[in-house]
Design a protein around this ligand. Structure first.
Ligand SMILES: NC(=O)c1ccc[n+]([C@@H]2O[C@H](COP(=O)([O-])OP(=O)(O)OC[C@H]3O[C@@H](n4cnc5c(N)ncnc54)[C@H](O)[C@@H]3O)[C@@H](O)[C@H]2O)c1
Length: 352
């Protein structure tokens, strides 16, 4: 299973990189500021976007590895956000029938979620993550210094996944994370940057409350790792991680929005459904909405209820006339529920 190293800085990274193998660093070409940590190794730069998260890019990476003499003992390190780690993990799992690999995730979303769990998917035509493997990296090095240059919208997209994890598993850390991210957003509103030197995107400063952020990321990683260890192939408990995602996917189908933003709205909608079904107090949805709003995330669906329902009916979680939902009952307590489409239709008018 994953060995995850959490740190504020890059200092311990060097000691994890194997000396005996030829090391190839696959890195997002947006991230020139991190090249200095990998100067000793072969660097393969790629441009990342959802359109390029495809088998064609895997083919390009394979060609590069072959041309540079990567053998079965080589070691790949993927440095970047979730697109990069997915591409690197997929390539490593199939190159010469599988070579060892590791990740240095550089977005909050990738540190909290995408790099953990061994899922390595690429898109196929318009279908997201349609082709993939479940193969675990040797290690993951997560450091909060990497997040200093992250644009605010990308940062917030990760906050939604962190808060989702704590709604599922940890009431105490939910409170801690919601309070910290609200303060961080207030700080950014005041000084124009997450960094204490006030210079936006500066790789040298320090993130406001960085030690708290590092602890929150550590706890998020522990929660996700626990689920993945107990249910590596998503047969049961791992499905809980889809909290907020059924609505998020329906919103993403109907408008251009970042995934994390759609998850934030999805979390509020899931809590409202839970209240409408009498499974949670109405105050839960209000609390989640307020907490997310304070972090700067959107909480209202830009898509009307009718359109959302149409998209939900086409969702792969629909089974006959029923749909699977993960619904929160309290912070730290959720349930995997089946709701009939008719019931959903009846309560959905008041949702958006
Ligand atoms: N494998 C999984 O289990 C899993 C889970 C969740 C999401 N995902 C995948 O993750 C992807 C989204 O990942 P993401 O949100 O990290 O997006 P991303 O990889 O597209 O990165 C977002 C943007 O931020 C830039 N960036 C990355 N790190 C930076 C940094 N430190 N400073 C400045 N800019 C930086 C990137 O160049 C990119 O433009 C999706 O493709 C999704 O399917 C996978």
């Amino acid at each position: 299973m994953n060995k995850i190293h959490i740190s504020e800085d890059f200092r311990r990274l060097g000691s994890l990189i194997p000396q005996s193998s030829k090391v190839f660093v696959i890195i997002d070409n947006n991230l020139k500021q991190f090249y200095k940590y990998f100067e000793r190794f072969e660097i393969i730069e790629i441009h990342t976007s959802e359109k390029e998260k495809t088998l064609a890019t895997v083919e390009t990476l394979t060609g590069q590895l072959l041309a540079r003499g990567a053998d079965r003992n080589c070691f790949l390190i993927g440095v970047g956000g979730g697109i990069l780690t997915d591409l690197c993990g997929f390539t490593a799992s199939v190159y010469k029938r599988g070579v060892k690999f590791a990740f240095v995730p550089t977005t909050l979303l990738a540190q909290a979620d995408a790099s953990i769990g061994g899922k390595n998917g690429v898109n196929f035509h318009s279908y997201k993550n349609m082709i993939g493997t479940i193969t675990q990296p040797e290690w993951i090095y997560e450091c909060t210094d990497a997040l200093k240059t992250l644009p605010p919208r990308e940062f917030r997209a990760g906050i939604a996944e962190v808060l989702k994890t704590f709604i599922l598993f940890d009431q105490e850390y939910y409170g801690k994370a919601a309070a910290y991210f609200a303060e961080l957003e207030a700080f950014r509103n005041r000084y124009g940057s997450y960094c204490t030197d006030g210079i936006s995107g500066n790789a040298e400063g320090r993130i406001f409350g960085q030690e708290i952020l590092t602890d929150i990321i550590r706890k998020t990683a522990v929660c996700k790792c626990g689920v993945v260890e107990r249910d590596p192939f998503e047969k049961g408990e791992r499905r809980l991680l889809n909290l907020g995602h059924t609505f998020a996917h329906a919103i993403e189908k109907n408008c251009t929005i970042m995934h994390g933003e759609a998850v934030a709205i999805g979390l509020v909608l899931a809590a409202r459904i839970s209240a409408a079904l009498g499974m949670a107090p109405e105050s839960l949805a209000r609390k989640i909405e307020t907490d997310l709003e304070k972090t700067g995330l959107p909480v209202r669906s830009p898509v009307a209820a009718g359109q959302l329902l149409e998209a939900l009916e086409k969702d792969k979680k629909v089974d006959g006339n029923n749909i699977h939902f993960i619904l929160p009952q309290a912070i730290g307590k959720v349930t995997d529920t089946i709701i009939s489409l008719k019931t959903l239709e009846d309560i959905s008018r008041d949702l958006c």
